[in-house]
Design a protein around this ligand. Structure first.
Ligand code: MG
Ligand code: FE
Length: 187
């Protein structure tokens, strides 16, 4: 991937494999706006999911930690937009397809709610991993080292949360079975 000179409007057109820095910057800003909306969804989802987890104390603590991280992530994204001259007050948070689907799944209140929420949370973390990976590439192409660093920092937290959920899902399922047997969890 090579950037073209911004003044290059030669008759031969763009060379294969080149790109315009303005395009990268536009994509990056749009990526930051989407990330701000994504974190809003994350915060709301984690707030909902942290309720009724008294029988899953480890999961509850990890969700509380990631809720705190998500609020910090959203503030970092807002600050990055502000530094680029984009006012956070004009942010219109977009809701993406997958996020809506994930939310519909979490809205289905059932006895296996904790399992469904864990699956949805796992999918959500991977949506965030894809988003911040893309944002890093856009920021690098736009020559915005600070945004690249912010995306990388947030990406690491999303990867940690995704891998925690992956590692703990078997325990959560086992605990759910134990609670069903003891009658603590409705069938
Ligand atoms: Mg996040
Ligand atoms: Fe996350």
């Amino acid at each position: 991937m090579q950037q073209t000179s911004t003044s290059s409007t030669g008759m031969s057109g763009p060379q294969p494999g080149t790109f315009r820095v303005e395009d990268a910057r536009e994509m990056m800003i749009s990526g930051l706006r989407n990330a701000h909306g994504l974190e809003q969804q994350a915060i709301e989802m984690l707030e909902r999911n942290s309720e009724r987890l008294e029988h899953y104390p480890e999961l509850q603590a990890r969700i509380a930690q990631h809720l705190k991280e998500s609020r910090q992530q959203q503030a970092l994204v807002a600050q990055a937009l502000e530094d680029l001259g984009e006012s956070p007050s004009t942010l219109k948070d977009t809701v993406m397809g997958l996020v809506q689907n994930v939310q519909m799944m979490t809205h289905a209140a059932a006895s296996d709610e904790v399992l469904k929420n864990s699956f949805a949370g796992y999918a959500f973390e991977h949506f965030e991993i894809a988003s911040y990976t893309a944002l890093m590439v856009m920021a690098r192409a736009a020559g915005e080292a600070r945004v690249e660093q912010v995306a990388q920092q947030i990406l690491a937290q999303e990867e940690e949360m995704a891998s925690w959920l992956e590692q703990h899902l078997p325990e959560i399922v086992s605990q759910h079975l134990v609670l069903m047997q003891s009658g603590e969890q409705k069938r």
